[in-house]
Design a protein around this ligand. Sequence first.
Ligand code: NAP
Length: 243
Amino acid sequence: MNNRLEGKTVIVTGAAGGIGEVLCVKLAERGMNVVLTGRRKEALEAVAAKVEQVGGKACVCAGDLADIGFLDELLARSESVFGGVDVLINNAGLSHRCSVEEMMPELFESIMRVNVQAPYFLCQKAVPYLRTSDFATIINIGSVVSHKGYPLQSVYAASKHALLGFSKSLANEVFQENIRVHVISPGSVFTDMIASVRPDLSPEGMILPEDMAEIVLFYLDHRHTNAVIDEIEVHRVTKEPFA
Ligand SMILES: NC(=O)c1ccc[n+]([C@@H]2O[C@H](COP(=O)([O-])OP(=O)(O)OC[C@H]3O[C@@H](n4cnc5c(N)ncnc54)[C@H](OP(=O)(O)O)[C@@H]3O)[C@@H](O)[C@H]2O)c1
């Protein structure tokens, strides 16, 4: 296969573990330069070492995505180290399991900042860089709760609905400039997050982070086709289909 990903630069948020970690390694295996971000510098450096082990180039830029000033720093690092950005994957996310009555305003705000404000302004700030790329792609990681409202996940659901709405609007603002905006909306993925949000679920049959990486690669491998898939909804094998 002609590997069009070779030498392209991807920013992955939430790169220190879970889905983000696997994304970084799989994209590096395909020759992409990877900018890794998250708050935990040491954990990011451990993932960067894995990226380098598979022959990729890595740049760690640790910081808090809730801080809008940090988003400028992140893009500036990507430009100074790799000359720009071709693909932005908004993967970082926060969730919390509690009832509407228990939710505290501070927690509400921190979830909204990471799940909505950060991708919104990172996309805003990335668009000028993406305009100069022949591979310009944004992939926002939504959730099955982008479409549904499960109990005890109200702020998480509100944030992922917002991310989907934002993605639809942005996609329509930029598609004529050849910038693609996609969403992946998964059900339960086997990471630390699901253990805290759905302790009732058995890990058996959950989507794996590697499956998520395959879907991201599907989008990127089809970057130059005329057939565009805006959103991919994906559920665990143990969940009833079309539910
Ligand atoms: N696991 C699931 O079942 C599932 C299902 C549907 C959708 N998703 C979505 O998939 C994405 C990845 O989730 P995951 O399952 O891989 O969870 P995870 O392992 O908890 O990863 C989330 C990442 O977000 C980063 N993050 C959180 N707050 C941050 C902040 N303020 N600044 C910078 N980074 C921050 C964390 O890094 P640091 O701690 O280093 O900051 C962490 O690496 C999320 O958007 C999640 O909503 C997950």
